[in-house]
Write a protein that binds this ligand. Sequence first.
Ligand code: ADP
Ligand code: MG
Length: 347
Amino acid sequence: MDAPGGGMADEPIISIENLEKKYPGNGESVFALRGIDLQIGRGEIFGIIGKSGAGKSTLVRCINLLERPTAGRVIFEGRDLCRLSGAALREARRSMGMIFQQFNLLMQRTALENVRFPLELAGVSRAEGRRRAEELLDMVGLGRRMGSYPSQLSGGQKQRVAIARALATRPRVLLCDEATSALDPATTDSILALIKDINAQLGITAVVITHEMRVIDQICSHVAIISKGVIVEQGPVEEVFFHPRTEAARRLVLPEALQNLPLDKCDNLYRLIFNGRSSFEPVISNLVLHCGCPVNIMYADTRDLGGTAVGQMVLQLPDAEASRKRIMDWAAAHHIALEKLEDAPHD
Ligand SMILES: Nc1ncnc2c1ncn2[C@@H]1O[C@H](COP(=O)(O)OP(=O)(O)O)[C@@H](O)[C@H]1O
Ligand SMILES: [Mg+2]
């Protein structure tokens, strides 16, 4: 079946090939991005994670050609964006909504007028623009705040307006650049839930840029890790999260507190990943009861997300090999991922 935009349904909605972006520097040029290859499937929530300065914003701005790559290709629904210009490029850009850390709302306009703005630019009639803006503000839970100005709204509400605005032109992709980085944890959760809803209900592909692993493990299906302008790892979230192969990935995936554990002095440390298990299931108690040996919880960062446990723990298992084997077997039988923490990262 043909997907919207003419491509085949199973081909990536966005395909980035050998993308490079360099800026003129003092004397020699500075590479912000180098040799980037990414395939983003239609309907995915695709995470891109990296430290500050890694090149995330540059990459997301190359995806909608706000920045022109200095080499390589950005293929959107089968068309090379670098070869488009004028109306065709504007139309492709309108197919990708974008939200930002600082919301970027027009302060002199109400929520409703902010959402209507891109429709005005696209030449949609006033009445139709208003109808569509109201519908979108309802959808993001701001039906009662349509007449409020940004200064009268909380951070989370401002981001909801920005999301409604980004969806106004019925995009097929939503680009989110650190969309929750200015928000507190509870508001972050609610905005991530909204993005997940939009993805599920409207089938919009989301590209989620962040420096926080918890954002990735809450909503993304796939993740790419960017370090110094290069993609160092990519794959399904469970795979990258559970088996980080590079030092850059380990640093992002393992929380700081965990990285500082004296791995060389503590033996038998294992990482236990919670992803998708019921939070009502007392995993550690069951493990101790069934295996008949104690474990020491060295670190825990787990959260309940609507009845599902996510996050990770570090356990110190007993010295006796037979006890450890009992625990490993029990964990395997219960589909619980236990990974030994190595002291030397295999980079
Ligand atoms: N317009 C620009 N001119 C020169 N250098 C830039 C420009 N934009 C970004 N850079 C450089 O590119 C690198 C990546 O920046 P950015 O994409 O903003 O990273 P991130 O979003 O991951 O924090 C940084 O070293 C930054 O200084
Ligand atoms: Mg950035």
